[in-house]
Ligand binder design. Structure first.
Ligand code: URA
Length: 228
C-alpha cells in the first residue's frame, strides 16, 4: 500500500491499494491537467486535451484486462509467441459525461461494443435514479469498461455498478475508468465493491458542500459539451 495524493502539499492523503490505478504523475500529465483545469480554457482546448488524457486512461485500463497466449507466424516464417484479449469487451459510458470517453475507446479498440446507462442525480437530494440502459445480451461474459469522467460522491458509480451486477457481471470484470476522483468517491466504491478496479488520472483533495471536487475541474459535462 502507498499513501499519496496527487495534490502536492495538501493535508488529505489517500491510501492507494491494488484496485486503484493512478496514471504516473508525469510532468506531461500535469501540464495537460493545467490546461483543462484552467477556468478560462477554451472549449476546443478542453475537448482536445481531456481527449489526450482519456486516451492514456483507456490504454491503462486495457492493460488491466486478461490476456491469453496467441501465436502468429511472422512474414519471415517464424512464430511470434504473442497474446490477445482473453475475453470479449464492452464499453459502458454513463450518459452524459461518460460519452466524452467513448471516442478514445473506439479509437483504440475498433468495433468495440458500446452499452449505455443513464443515471441522473436529483439536483437537491443528490440521489441517483436509473433512467435507461442498453447492453449487449451477453454482457455477463464480457469485460466491462465503465466510463464516467467524474467519480465524486460515488452515488452514480454505485448505481451503475449495481445495475451491471444484477445482469450477472462479476465485480472482477468491471474496470471503472474516470478522469478525476477523490477520497470520498474511491472509498464509496471500494467499500461496497472491492473487486471493481478504478483507473484515474488524478485524486483530488476533497468534495465541497455542493459535491464538486477540489481543486477540481468544474462541471465536466458542461465544459465538454458546451452547456450550462
Ligand atoms: N461532477 C462534475 O462534473 N464535477 C465535479 O467536481 C463533481 C461531479
Amino acid at each position: 500500500m502507498t499513501t499519496l495524493t496527487t495534490q502536492p502539499g495538501t493535508a488529505v492523503a489517500h491510501r492507494l491499494d491494488e484496485a486503484v490505478h493512478l496514471l504516473p504523475q508525469t510532468d506531461q500529465l500535469r501540464a495537460l491537467h493545467t490546461i483543462v483545469r484552467d477556468r478560462d480554457a477554451r472549449r476546443e482546448d478542453f475537448v482536445f486535451y481531456t481527449g489526450r488524457i482519456i486516451r492514456m486512461l483507456t490504454e491503462a485500463a486495457l492493460n488491466l484486462l486478461p490476456f491469453e497466449p496467441h501465436d502468429v507466424t511472422t512474414p519471415v516464417g517464424r512464430t511470434y509467441r504473442g497474446l490477445r484479449f482473453a475475453d470479449k469487451l464492452v464499453g459502458v459510458p454513463i450518459v452524459r459525461a461518460g460519452e466524452s470517453m467513448e471516442a478514445e475507446l473506439r479509437a483504440v479498440v475498433p468495433g468495440i461494443r458500446i452499452g449505455k446507462i443513464l443515471i441522473q442525480r436529483d439536483r437537491t437530494t443528490k440521489l441517483p435514479s436509473l433512467y435507461y440502459t442498453a447492453f449487449p445480451e451477453d454482457i455477463a461474459t464480457r469485460q466491462v469498461l465503465l466510463l464516467d469522467p467524474m467519480l465524486a460522491t460515488g452515488g452514480t458509480a454505485l448505481a451503475a455498478i449495481g445495475t451491471l451486477l444484477e445482469l450477472g457481471v462479476p465485480e472482477q470484470n468491471i474496470v471503472f475508468v474516470t478522469f478525476i476522483t477523490c477520497p470520498e468517491g474511491i472509498t464509496a466504491v471500494r467499500e461496497r465493491h472491492p473487486g471493481v478496479r478504478i483507473v484515474t488520472s488524478a485524486i483530488e483533495e476533497r468534495l465541497n458542500e455542493n459535491a464538486y471536487m477540489l481543486p477540481g475541474i468544474g462541471d465536466f459535462g458542461d465544459r465538454y459539451f458546451g452547456t450550462d
